[in-house]
Design a protein around this ligand. Structure first.
Ligand code: ZN
Length: 167
């Protein structure tokens, strides 16, 4: 792998990362596992992080602080709603933090996060759980390569053997 390559639009980039919240608690990490692959310039990762990766090379280690508006967005209080327990399948034991896919009348898909559960009512949040949070990333660039035509057309990286799943 060339060490000359730097991160620009159209590169598939592999990064190791640790994500911490404002209090320093680890929220997510690639530690010990495979690096995260993303297609640079395609919006696969939060905009505030993607912007700061631009121009970096393999082996670079750095920290990125992303404010909510460049991360998962500000938290919209209108996204927090109470719905009847009966709107969920009764056989599922609901717990805070669970995630459901939903589709509105127009076929637009969204994710619903369970915030609280009581006997008759469930509090749901349509915001991403990291909405409103400052994100602190520790980044190590593990790899950079040119994206294939297919990857560019799809807007995301494919695995080493070209396998991937589409919804
Ligand atoms: Zn694809």
């Amino acid at each position: 792998m060339s060490t000359q390559a730097s991160i620009t639009v159209g590169k598939v980039v592999s990064i190791h990362y640790t994500l911490r919240d404002e209090a320093g608690a680890v929220l997510d990490s690639s530690g010990g596992g495979s690096p995260l692959d993303y297609l640079h310039g395609a919006g696969n990762i939060v905009p505030g992080l993607e912007e700061k990766l631009e121009g970096h090379a393999v082996g670079d280690r750095f920290q990125v602080r992303v404010p909510p508006e460049d991360g998962y967005g500000v938290h919209d209080p209108r996204g927090v709603q109470k719905v009847p327990r009966a709107s969920f399948p009764s056989e599922i034991e609901l717990e805070p933090g669970m995630q459901f896919g939903a589709e509105d009348e127009g076929g637009v898909r969204s994710t619903i996060w369970i915030q609280a559960v009581d006997a008759d009512e469930v509090t749901i949040d349509l915001n991403h759980p990291l909405a409103g949070k400052q994100l602190d990333f520790d980044i190590t660039v593990a790899g950079i390569r040119d994206a294939t035509e297919e990857e560019l057309a799809h807007g995301h990286p494919h695995g080493p053997h070209g396998h991937h799943h589409h919804a």
